[in-house]
Design a protein around this ligand. Structure first.
Ligand code: GDP
Ligand code: MG
Length: 169
């Protein structure tokens, strides 16, 4: 069983993205303190994977990264909201913490800029995002849990990353 953590600061759309992916629904409100785990068997490039999708919550309250549910993650979708500069900065901090903690060079990881439907309110410029993601060779995708834009694609990207690493094991 592989633990795929959906991570990012509060309000970026972790629960919304997960539910859009699993049930193709959008609801305006999910309890921000609730962490939910979902099991899913997926097929990627002819291989089956048992995935546990962890919709994380309340990381801000954890005293240390090691106590958080992220510490046991095998793969990460790290979200920020394109209309929140604060969430972008927190996403970068989160990425460093994950890398430091894992002490292994390659962890399946995809950076997701959610709330793409709010392009008019964009606070994080595309150039800056691409420069950052390219510098760490992390795939980047912009999604909207609200409209469904690129939601399946974001999960396919992380499955691709997982598959690539597993193929070398
Ligand atoms: P979480 O704390 O990261 O789990 O965030 P939620 O999934 O609870 O979403 C926080 C708020 O943002 C809610 O009001 C959602 O309806 C809203 N939201 C989530 N994703 C999107 C999106 O793609 N577009 C827009 N416009 N709102 C979104
Ligand atoms: Mg949530």
């Amino acid at each position: 069983m592989l633990r795929l953590c959906v991570a990012g600061s509060g309000g970026v759309g972790k629960s919304s993205l997960t539910i859009r992916y699993l049930r193709d629904e959008f609801t305006e409100y999910y309890d921000p303190t609730l962490e939910e785990t979902y099991q899913k068997e997926i097929e990627y490039a002819g291989r089956l994977y048992d995935i546990e999708i962890v919709d994380t919550a309340g990381q801000e309250e954890f005293s240390s990264f090691r106590d958080s549910s992220l510490a046991t993650g095998d793969a990460f979708l790290i979200l920020f909201a394109i209309n929140s500069q604060a969430s972008w900065l927190e996403m970068k901090e989160l990425r460093s913490k994950i890398i430091e903690d894992k002490e292994q060079p390659s962890i399946p990881m995809v950076i997701v800029g959610n709330k793409r439907d709010l392009e008019d309110e964009r606070e994080v410029e595309s150039d800056e995002i691409l420069e950052y993601c390219n510098s760490f060779s992390i795939p980047y995708i912009e999604t909207s849990a609200k409209t469904g834009l690129n939601v399946q694609e974001a999960f396919q990207l992380i499955y691709g990353q997982i598959h690539r690493l597993q193929a070398h094991m």
